[in-house]
Design a protein around this ligand. Sequence first.
Ligand code: F6P
Length: 323
Amino acid sequence: IKRIGVFTSGGDSPGMNAAIRAVVRSALYYDLEVVGITRGYEGMINGEFERMNRKSVANIIQRGGTILKTARSKAFMTPEGRAIAYHQLREAKIDGLIAIGGDGTFTGAKVFAEEFDFPILGLPGTIDNDLYGTDFTIGYDTSINTVVGAIDKIRDTAESHDRLFIVEVMGRDCGLIALRSGIGVGAESIFLPETKTDLNALMHRLEIGRKDKSSKILIVAEGEGDSGGAFEIADKIKLKFPQLDTKVSVLGHIQRGGSPTCMDRVLASRLGVAAVESLMEGRRNEMVGLIHGKVAFTSFDQAIKHHAEINKDLLKIVDILSL
Ligand code: F6P
């Protein structure tokens, strides 16, 4: 391998820039050439390539978002689109790729790698932490800290007004943002896509719960499907407990932005270096992650198929501590 391409794809996450920096700097350290591909697979198809040097990634380790931009490409889902992308890579003499993204990114990488026998390694970049094969994804730590910071502020006003807040956090298919941030803010209850929502149990809890609590926080992951979401839950609570002053707050895309935490910067740096070294050693079509603090490789297939699991013990902690 002489020249590698690096790109970010799918929803952005804080720490993607730190990962790009690590890939570029370590590739140059090992005398490889590096090309930045803009806008993910979309840019690959359009030939949006730019040679990168050490200076191209200066002063970005602390910045949220991705300097390479990101996109979700419909064209890459078609064989024709992928054939154009392959042609563009060949023209640009790129002979290996490092893809930074989540399950959509790795689904594309897997198909492309198989179709054209092209060496690709992936770095887990998503706030959702929903990939199998890594303890944490790049961006998750920053995101849950953003959520905790935001809900702490909500807690201040909730406490002053004796209110119950239902806070919707991101996680289309995965409740890990909701779970950890919920524990971190001392939530009353947490509702996830992976578990059955029992509104009767919630009502019962509100009924028998301590009357001296002046504020209450419930966390709902956006992908929680059973109850119809934060606003529906609020309506039901208002109906049953009209005396409770109930409000909804949807945190939205602030969860995807901001300066990455040190945890995410270190994770991105470690994985970026490991990806370049392993691509040179001939590894391919795998995601590079950390399992129990050690670099580990998981096939794209596994990383996508086996979603990260919800730790039931953590859910129990919520129940025990919120009483
Ligand atoms: O993949 C990360 C994620 O933040 C999900 O939790 C969320 O549902 C989705 O992205 C929203 O992405 P967008 O607004 O870019 O479509």
